[in-house]
Design a protein around this ligand. Structure first.
Ligand code: NAP
Ligand code: G3P
Length: 486
């Protein structure tokens, strides 16, 4: 797609200070497709000297980038969005190969990312400061005004996960840039080739040299060095709770925005429209084989309707298409790697051994886990609490809404929940009591639209994303107090 992004040996370079570089002695990481193990490309495992250079350049140019008028910054972002839209098919194809994303999800990720970037540019143009009169505070007169503007934080470290290699990189980069920060992107290793294409697009769109830089390499090897780098002023991380906790435990005085794991519950009450609930639960649980933080990861169904719900789910889960993303219309695709498949298999095994009822699925073929539904899952089973990040859905039967709330809140996670009911009072009763960032009434759990606030509580995150929220998180108020002597 871009001539100078990789060489004939499929080696992809990193962007530092406007140059695509790789050290002569760089160790190479092979990125193999989860579909068939074929080589997608190679990326460098960057050493600490290269990391230092990327961060140093970002720091140097931030002073100038901050001063570029917001309307000029917005023009660059609009251009990025235009290029993304021109390249939907190519970018989707890279994602299909690199992270085995099904075609429909891959194409919609590119389009959604273009929309996100445009909306971010326009939102930033419309963020106004404020002025506060002193007289509203007791004891003060009309002799002071605080003029409050927003300042960038400096260098933002963006760390993105494999499952949305384009969107979850862009949704950190775009708001950070519009707030006047420069960015160093460390993408997930499996997903880094897609992310490097995004970085290239920012360059093609006219982003000045050094404003966006990239670092590839395994998080387990360079992660600690990067996140504790003294020149990093903000860390915007999406990934597992395990890594998120590590980052927050080793960093000092650096603000963090973290979107982590989840165990989103779909609560189905007695009066719910069961066809609607089943349709949403299936889409929520199984798209991209459940590899979404907001996937429906457990059903809490009231006993009186559980049998009927199970019948509908079984009927429709059987209709899901299983196969390679390259076959065109597969819903269930190979998981990201062998380790992920084994983890999910162990959850299945544990549920079987402890007496859950296997309704459908449970089998594996290569890296594909067939869509699996377990009924009568109990609190003693790992599947009740752990995030599979795969197409396996447990049903926990409950006697009423209060038991559903209790089990929902017993989870260490608190990303989202869905409540299915036709009674608005019941919907509010349950929503009020759930310890999550967002409750969806009669819909699957999901992030969008992307200007809504998106956040996890408990082990699901720190801080709030969402276009305006992200810009605000990556900037700070600056107050100039005008004292009037008259
Ligand atoms: P992950 O293993 O935690 O990796 C996320 C990112 O962190 C990758 O770029 C990874 O690099 C890097 N990393 C790994 N170890 C690191 C360290 N010690 N220091 C700094 N960075 C490090 O997560 P994943 O497997 O890519 O994604 C799946 C997880 O992300 C799930 O738990 C899912 O729920 C969560 N997620 C949450 C949201 C949300 O918005 N709440 C969205 C998407 C995903 P390498 O690839 O090189 O290891
Ligand atoms: O897991 C990625 C997160 O950003 C969720 O997005 O649209 O799949 O709910 P979505």
């Amino acid at each position: 797609m871009f001539d100078n992004l990789c060489n004939d040996n499929k080696i992809f370079k990193n962007l530092i200070g406007g140059d695509w570089v790789i050290a002569d002695d760089s160790e190479l990481i092979e990125i193999k497709s989860p579909i068939d193990g074929s080589l997608v490309g190679k990326v460098g495992a960057m050493n600490t000297g290269e990391v230092d250079k990327a961060i140093r350049v970002a720091k140097e140019v931030q002073k100038d980038w901050k001063l570029v008028p917001i309307s000029e910054k917005a023009k660059v972002l609009h251009k990025v969005a235009d290029i993304l839209e021109e390249k939907v098919k190519e970018l989707a194809s890279i994602m299909m190969h690199e992270v085995a994303k099904d075609k429909k999800s891959a194409e919609s990720e590119v389009i959604r990312t273009a929309d996100f970037i445009r909306f971010t540019a326009d939102t930033a143009k419309n963020i106004a400061g404020e002025s506060l009169p002193a007289e509203s505070f007791p004891g003060y007169k009309r002799d002071k005004i605080s003029v409050v503007t927003r300042e960038p934080l400096g260098v933002v470290l963006a760390i993105s996960p494999f499952n949305y290699p384009l969107n979850l990189a862009a949704s950190k980069i775009a708001p950070a840039l519009m707030a006047g920060n420069t960015v160093v992107l460390k993408p997930a290793t499996q997903g880094s080739i897609t992310a490097l294409h995004l970085v290239k697009i920012f360059q093609e769109a006219g982003l000045p040299n050094g404003v966006l830089n990239s670092i590839t390499g395994k998080g387990s090897e360079i992660g600690d060095y990067v996140v504790t780098h003294p020149e990093i002023n903000f860390i915007n991380f999406t990934g597992s709770t395990e890594v998120g906790k590590r980052i927050s435990s080793i960093t000092t005085m650096v603000p963090l925005l973290m979107e982590l794991g989840g165990k989103d519950a779909a609560i189905v009450l007695e009066d719910a429209d069961l066809e609607l609930a089943a349709k949403n639960i299936i889409a929520g649980a199984f798209s991209y084989s459940g590899q979404r933080c907001t996937a429906v990861k457990r059903i809490l169904a009231v006993d009186t309707i559980a049998d009927k719900l199970v019948d509908i789910l079984k009927r429709d889960i059987k209709k899901l298409k299983v196969g390679s993303p390259l076959e065109g219309d597969a819903d269930i695709v190979p998981l990201i790697d062998e380790k992920a498949v084994e983890f999910v298999e162990n959850l299945i095994k544990d549920s079987r051994e402890k007496g859950a009822t296997l309704v459908v699925g449970g089998n594996r073929e290569g890296n594909i886990i067939y869509p699996t539904l377990f009924d009568n899952v109990t609190r003693e089973m790992r599947l009740a609490w752990e995030e599979p990040f795969g197409p396996v859905l447990p049903i926990i039967r409950v006697k009423d809404k209060d038991e559903a709330i209790e089990i929902a809140n017993e989870s260490e996670y608190g990303l989202q929940s869905a409540i299915f009911t036709n009674n608005i009072n019941e919907a509010f009763y349950v929503s009020d009591r759930l310890e999550v960032g967002t409750v969806q009434v009669n819909n699957k759990t999901e992030r969008g639209p992307d200007h809504f606030p998106f956040l996890g509580v408990k082990a699901s995150g720190l801080g709030t994303q969402g276009i305006r929220y992200s810009i605000e998180a990556m900037s700070r108020p600056k107050a100039v107090v005008i004292n009037i002597n008259n």
